[in-house]
Design a protein around this ligand. Structure first.
Ligand SMILES: Nc1nc2c(c(=O)[nH]1)N[C@H]1C(S)=C(S)[C@@H](COP(=O)(O)OP(=O)(O)OC[C@H]3O[C@@H](n4cnc5c(=O)[nH]c(N)nc54)[C@H](O)[C@@H]3O)O[C@H]1N2
Ligand SMILES: Nc1nc2c(c(=O)[nH]1)N[C@H]1C(S)=C(S)[C@@H](COP(=O)(O)OP(=O)(O)OC[C@H]3O[C@@H](n4cnc5c(=O)[nH]c(N)nc54)[C@H](O)[C@@H]3O)O[C@H]1N2
Ligand code: SF4
Ligand SMILES: [Mo]
Length: 723
């Protein structure tokens, strides 16, 4: 047996945990956390381990590409498939123009640095505005807030500097969701919360479930789902009422404070407490602690972004962060300015862009892009709309949109009307089953990767590069090769760039024109990406365990002379929606479905891993024991869950961590449409309870995945027996 041990990092999520990997006879076999240089210390979660089994073929990993022939998917040499896809795309573009081609970027795509950048280069070269991603079915409420409030270029305080954190609807202990979304550190989250406690910092959690993260909370507010707008409007109300907000910061950087005062005046703590069914004192305490804090940090995970009035809720959460002074000021130190492309932080407000009010617009709705993307929930309508420019070809990169966007009864017929559906994935997921081509993608250790996704998110500067460590099995290709190959076949010249969110691709400099004849060398692409790096690429090559650069101290600079940008605390539509909420009676549904995640799976990925299947053979419908007793539902029995839009069967299980009235389930389990028994199908697709035609938000068209009104009825008395 030939065994070698290498230092590398996990590619599953933006924590990018450093690991030591044993490679035995050319296969990755065992991983250990490598804490020698990692800014989190030694840490690995179960998904890091599951990824190794997946590399070696577990969970039905796809080792050959497939093409539909005679109605069924058959193996096809990947080279052949790429030629056919390139030719079919070229014909569609010739007949209908570039806008007829769309791309959906799923969570698998975020794991592939070159894949994501080559995809951007392809979309830019093609000139289609049809870019969709999971972001608009996730936390794009944050993008809406950025686009209509503006942003502080100094950035938020880092968790390591914070003295009071308020986190609504996020569970970093399970999700490892860190900045820039939730406020936590993504690697070793428990350690980061322990450190907060050890230095006397406070944590307030707002979540209908007493989550794993709640064990660190000094105050846990356990509201009805979907009431975050009211709760945070009330916290803003108290900060303004008691004059405990950071008046100098607001005076310097904000506009429309008076409009905000008027809009939140009716949101007394009593009103919010009654709506959310929480103690008035809890809301007062959270506001008092924020008023006292010197370096507060207020934010949210997915919970509020998936429930009713999600964009408004996010605006109010960020408003509380602004009032409390949750941003670095001139003179503050920046722990990690980024190593690969260090950024200068300035204490200046970047005014709202209101990008969605500008073109190009969607065809099915009068709405323009957010951060260069159209709403994923509108993808089906952009395919079926009666317009010559409608979408006719869709490339799905590392995603499963038919399950992820919900409402498959609406989405599937639309997808079936496409002229061409391509899935670039490592598994045959539910969307891929309906594709014309499925291209088998490589996995992380089979390709070179660089820690770009964590670069400015690591709690301290850190950078790591890893070359491909093992051979690619079967006929798989790297994600970047897919986009380069079809562009080459289409005769579409590509320009490669170090693009990041917030930049317009055409503005990014420098650029690297790619040959369509000679396949680019991944190492040369990474060398290009490291041009401005504080650590030269050759140092990264020489240090596979990563580098902790000793950067000069980085201090927030003042705004340029005469800068007049302001954050808009209360645009008119925010004030109007607050009035709507105030007039709306609380949702009368006796039970409400909420979202949650499991530790051992990453959305659809690793759902079928050995450990996850042992712990979660299905995605249980977790219910409060009192609700189960009242409805005559026993543990591990089959129930029917109905919303206004659909019904599913699920397996119920008791959990007293939930507030009564809440049913909590994980997404991306089960087949697209469930059969009689989810136990035989690996779970239930909760997306069937969501609508893509009702309950959509404005601007980002976010569907409602949480706080969905439901009824639950037992289908069995005891496991396997009818009532
Ligand atoms: N292990 C694991 N990690 C993951 C993922 C995974 O599937 N598994 N997925 C990744 C992805 S794509 C994402 S987007 C992140 C998400 O990261 P998180 O947002 O941290 O994800 P969740 O653990 O689902 O936490 C959401 C919380 O919101 C609460 N909640 C639900 N409705 C409401 C509401 O109306 N108001 C409030 N205040 N709270 C509410 C739920 O009870 C739950 O505890 O995680 C990422 N990390
Ligand atoms: N009801 C409900 N719906 C939800 C949510 C919810 O909480 N409730 N959450 C929403 C959220 S936050 C998200 S992010 C979406 C998730 O939506 P998606 O990202 O569309 O769903 P996944 O199943 O995670 O798809 C990821 C795919 O990437 C593939 N993959 C893994 N590695 C690679 C790789 O290296 N290359 C390529 N090409 N593919 C790879 C995996 O096999 C998997 O099929 O779902 C959303 N939908
Ligand atoms: S938190 Fe888990 S999945 Fe994310 S990088 Fe670390 S080991 Fe991998
Ligand atoms: Mo997500």
């Amino acid at each position: 047996m030939a065994t070698r041990t290498v230092r590398t990092f996990c590619r599953n999520c933006s924590a990018l945990c450093a690991m030591e990997l044993d490679i035995v006879d050319g296969k990755p076999l065992r991983a250990r956390a490598d804490g020698r240089l990692s800014p989190y210390g030694a840490y690995l979660c179960p998904k890091g381990v599951a990824s190794i089994e997946f590399h070696n073929g577990a969970e039905g990993r796809l080792l050959a590409s497939l093409a539909r022939s005679g109605g069924v998917l058959q193996p096809i040499p990947t080279d052949r498939a790429l030629v056919e896809i390139g030719d079919r795309l070229a014909a569609i573009v010739a007949a209908h123009g570039p806008r007829s081609v769309a791309v959906y970027h799923g969570t698998g795509a975020y794991r592939s640095v070159l894949g994501g950048l080559m995809e951007r280069a392809f979309v830019a070269a093609l000139g289609t505005p049809n870019f969709f991603s999971t972001m608009t079915i996730d936390q794009s409420a944050k993008w809406v807030t950025m686009a209509r409030m503006g942003t502080m270029a100094s950035g938020r305080h880092a968790m390591r500097d914070a003295d009071c954190m308020v986190l609504a609807g996020g569970n970093p202990l399970v999700s490892h969701q860190g900045a820039p979304f939730a406020l936590a550190e993504s690697g070793a989250p428990a350690r980061a919360f322990e450190a907060l406690k050890a230095r006397g910092g406070r944590l307030v959690l707002v979540d209908p479930r007493r989550t794993e993260t709640a064990r660190f909370a000094d105050l846990h507010i356990q509201p009805r789902p979907g009431e975050d707008a009211a709760i945070f409007a009330a916290i803003a109300h108290i900060l303004l009422r008691d004059e405990t907000f950071k008046a100098d910061f607001v005076a310097r950087h904000c506009a429309n404070l008076d409009a905000l005062r008027a809009a939140v005046a009716p949101f007394t703590p009593e009103l919010a407490a009654a709506r959310a069914d929480v103690p008035v004192a809890a809301i007062e305490t959270a506001a008092r602690w924020l008023g006292e804090a010197r370096r507060p940090l207020v934010g949210s995970g997915t919970g509020p972004s998936m429930a009713a009035h999600s964009n408004l809720a996010d605006h109010m959460i960020e408003t509380v962060n602004v009032l409390a002074g949750g941003y670095r000021r001139a003179g503050d130190a920046v722990r990690n300015p980024g190593t690969l492309r260090p950024k200068v932080a300035r204490e200046m407000a970047v005014p709202p862009s209101r990008s969605w009010e500008q073109g190009p617009k969607c065809l099915s709705r009068d709405v323009g892009p957010l951060f260069g993307e159209f709403p994923a929930a509108l993808l089906p309508d952009e395919i079926t709309v009666d317009h010559p420019d409608r979408i006719r070809a869709l490339i799905v990169f590392g995603g499963d949109p038919l399950v992820a966007v919900g409402d498959p009864a609406h989405a599937l017929p639309a997808f079936q009307g496409l002229d061409l559906l391509v899935s670039l994935d490592a598994r045959l997921n539910e969307t891929a089953k309906h594709a014309d081509y499925v291209i088998a993608a490589s996995q992380g250790f089979e390709r070179a990767e660089l820690t770009i996704p964590g670069d400015s998110l690591f709690p301290e500067p850190f950078v790591q590069y890893s070359p491909a460590l093992v051979e690619r099995p079967g006929d798989v290709i790297d994600d970047w090769e897919f986009f380069w190959s079809i562009a080459a076949r289409m005769g579409l010249p590509l320009t490669f760039k170090f693009w990041t969110y917030g930049l317009r691709f055409e503005d990014v400099q420098p650029s690297l024109p790619l040959s369509l004849a000679d396949r680019p060398d991944p190492e040369a692409l990474y060398r290009f990406l490291c041009r401005d790096s504080a650590v030269p690429f050759d140092d990264l090559l020489a240090n596979p365990g990563g580098v902790r650069p000793d950067l000069p101290p980085h201090i927030v600079q003042p705004a340029p002379e005469g800068w007049s940008g302001r954050l808009d605390l209360c645009p008119p539509e925010v004030a109007a929606e607050l009035s709507v909420v105030r007039a709306e009676p609380p949702d009368p549904a006796p039970l409400r479905l909420t979202c949650r995640r499991v530790l051992h799976a990453l959305n659809g990925a690793y759902r079928d891993s050995r450990h996850n299947r042992r712990l979660h053979p299905v995605n249980h419908a977790w219910m409060h024991p009192a609700d189960m007793a009242a409805l005559g539902i026993a543990d591990d029995t089959l129930v029917e869950i109905a919303s206004a839009h659909g019904r599913i069967r699920a397996v119920a299980r008791a959990e007293d961590r939930l507030r009564p009235g809440v049913v909590s389930m994980t997404h991306m389990f089960g087949p697209l449409f469930g059969g009689p028994d989810p136990r035989a199908e690996g779970g239930s697709n909760v997306g069937q309870l969501t609508s893509l035609t009702a309950d959509l938000q404005t601007i980002n068209f976010m569907p409602k995945f949480s706080g969905v009104g439901i009824t639950v009825r037992p289908l069995e008395r005891h496991e396997g027996r009818a009532p």
